[in-house]
Design a binder for this molecule. Sequence first.
Ligand code: GAR
Length: 190
Amino acid sequence: MNNIAIFASGSGSNAENIIGHFSATENAKVTLILSNNRNAFVLKRAERLNIKSIVFDRNDFYRSEKILDVLQQEKITFIVLAGFLWLVPAGIIGKYAGKIINIHPALLPLYGGRGMYGDAVHKAVIENREKESGITIHLVNGEYDSGDIIFQARCPVEPHDDYASLADKIHTLEYMHFPRVIEDMVSRLP
Ligand code: GAR
């Protein structure tokens, strides 16, 4: 059995969708939600769905021992970043090499990097009058949005789109593909 931990900073609609997906599978479950934001709605979702959650601060995260202890205690084998804002420190990446993935709401390497999060990404895409956008699922390394790309899916950006309608399209792609990509990676863990 693989135990998946999800790091999320905000609403957590992807987290909820992933939890739902794995509640119906045999080989893996989401067993832990971690957030840097005690007001994040993802924590309410975790409570409702009966998934253990913890909140941590910057110190805990960048010193990492506490977080690594929790991950070990909970026997976490795979980590998913779903709307998580902070750069993951080397200590955590080292312990979970090749086992941490992130979803980004654009076609990386476009519209990635520090500060490129959620609606800021969609606003930039609209401002630049891009004809398409999409999602990127990638391995997490020590830099923002630059790990090896595992999967991308595209959607058109139409003249009537604003950042909110584009965000809806992107979320639809995320809900459709992210759980399946996670399941595929988890099934290939040694
Ligand atoms: C998602 O669209 C995700 O791709 C994005 O934040 C949103 C979180 O939504 N992540 C980033 O921008 C990371 N740079 P959710 O909290 O409803 O899942």
